[in-house]
Design a protein around this ligand. Structure first.
Ligand code: BG6
Length: 493
């Protein structure tokens, strides 16, 4: 049973706290998942933020929770456990002592959530240690970006490791907190129909795609330094790839799961030098239309017409091991794309011999489509006969498991899940230092090759599916990016 804990948010008045962390904790409270006596400390850098804290977090919660979730009275009761605390992480002054007094009078279980730029992780841990706040029941949660490349990631990890042991460091990747992502493990490791068909003998290729319709969202300076490869591929996409490709862990323990994921990362075929040009596509959006609204291009939104930061990436990756020999994993992510969707598509091989005449229609391969958002569903695309026609007509149809229909009260909230796991000291869904290093080791040579002039990002109109070259990456392999609407539409016409 989860014991009451103290949850300290550095960056307590920041965007992440307001949009995700506090609404997530409120959901936990409403679900009776917050033990009574739990306290949430919001660390604010300015005195004014302390004064306005309760008012601001309430307004933000109202904005970011669904109207049927936000209840003013319930929020006010919940908010009694929230304490704004004035403290500047960089200043080694009496405010740290005040924080220590507050925490020493509170719960034994402590979670320090560093929702701050990574540049202050080290000093924050040092100051916590200097006032004796790091105890055997303290944990630290760190947000991405964990570094800019392998070297900076190692530096950050080493700084934190001076004060917390690896077992108490919770590196968050919120994609791992999505219920459908965890369901992927359940699906794979409890259903023989999938696990027996989960290798190069049966699978033609895998697609992992996260498309977003948003642009810079007021994060211009962070994003322009990072770009899509660092912001999305190094973490979210590679983590999804690990869950699809890993071997079964022998137990459901953090060590066992993480070591299987690490083996996948270490088996990724390196992309270096000229190979980068053949296996990766970079894009940058130009003005276009998203959801019927005209939107400016990346450079205009940024206010800098020289930037060569990519807002789109597509990659053909290979995992060099027995299970996945010669099975391409196509990864794709982009901002300002046609539709918001995150999905994993497992495409099976064609049947070995076609018995139906070609007049019966095209035979679509079987696909397992795991949709993480916007709705959470699992579909299996199979070929079936059109029952309304006398002559044989073969059509693709979807066997559909829509979680929103099955679980009517389910509200997806990855942050809530991960915060509670950190409070319960369960690191299974957090990332080990070695995984971070292995992911950067694969990403770094791609970034290096992208410095060559021939690898500048290709333009794509906002509201499209990315640069044409991304389609060609697959069409060159006689494959195409999966689009369920188009497929089912084609089936009907
Ligand atoms: C974050 C990235 O990690 O994930 C953002 O920094 C991105 O750029 C976000 O928009 C996407 O998360 P989700 O859960 O909305 O798909």
């Amino acid at each position: 049973m989860l014991k009451a804990f103290d949850f300290v948010i550095f960056g307590g008045a920041g965007d992440l706290a307001l949009r995700k962390l506090l609404p997530g904790l409120y959901r936990a409270y409403r679900n009776d998942e917050l033990p009574s006596g739990t306290r949430i400390l919001g660390i604010c850098r300015r005195e004014k933020q302390v004064a306005d804290y309760q008012q601001n977090i309430r307004a933000a919660a109202q904005e970011h929770l669904r109207p049927d979730e936000f209840d003013g009275e319930a929020w006010d009761t919940f908010a009694q456990c929230i304490i704004p605390v004035f403290l500047n992480i960089d200043e080694q002054d009496e405010h740290w002592k005040n924080l220590a007094d507050l925490l020493n009078a509170g719960n034994e279980q402590r979670v320090f959530y560093l929702a701050t730029p990574p540049g202050v992780f080290g000093v924050c841990c040092k100051n916590l240690s200097d006032v004796g706040l790091i105890t055997p029941t303290s944990r630290v949660v760190v947000e991405k970006p964990l570094g800019y490349d392998l070297q900076t990631a190692e530096e950050i990890n080493s700084q934190i490791a001076e004060y917390f042991d690896e077992r108490s460091i919770f590196r968050i990747d919120h994609y791992l907190g999505k219920e459908t992502v965890q369901n992927l493990l359940a699906l794979r490791f409890t259903n023989s129909i999938f696990e027996n068909l989960w290798d190069a003998k049966s699978i033609d290729h895998v697609q992992i795609s996260i498309s977003e319709t948003v642009g810079l969202e007021g994060r211009a300076s962070f994003y322009d330094d990072a770009g899509a490869l660092r912001d999305m591929v190094q973490n979210h996409l590679l983590q999804l790839l690990c869950l699809v490709a890993m071997e079964s862990p022998n137990k459901l323990t953090a060590d066992s799961i993480r070591s299987e994921k690490l083996k996948v990362l270490e088996s990724l075929r390196p992309l270096k030098g000229d190979a980068v040009k053949w296996h990766t596509i970079r894009g940058q959006y130009v003005a276009g239309e998203v959801g019927g609204k005209k939107v400016p291009g990346y450079l205009e939104e940024l206010g800098n017409d020289k930037s060569t930061t990519e807002t789109f990436v597509a990659i053909r990756a290979h995992i060099d091991n027995w299970r996945w020999a010669n099975v391409p994993f196509y990864l794709r992510t982009g901002k300002r794309m046609r539709r918001r969707a995150a999905e994993i598509v497992i495409q099976y091989k064609d049947v070995s011999h076609r018995v139906y005449p070609s007049a019966a229609g095209t035979l679509e391969p079987n696909r397992l489509v795991i949709r993480l958002q916007p709705e959470e569903s699992i579909q299996i695309i199979v070929t079936s006969k059109n029952l309304e026609k006398h002559e044989t007509e073969l059509l693709p149809v979807a066997l559909n498991l829509n979680f929103a229909e099955t679980y009517k009260h389910f509200v997806s909230d990855a942050y809530k899940r991960l915060m509670l796991d950190a409070a319960a000291d369960d690191p299974s869904l957090f990332i080990h230092r070695n995984e971070v290093a292995a992911a950067w080791s694969w990403i770094d040579p791609i970034i290096e090759a992208w410095q060559r002039p021939e690898n500048r990002p290709l333009p794509y109109p906002a509201g499209s599916w990315g640069p044409e070259a991304s389609q060609e990456l697959l069409s060159g392999d006689e494959r195409s990016w999966f689009n369920i609407d188009e497929l089912l539409e084609r089936g009907k016409s």
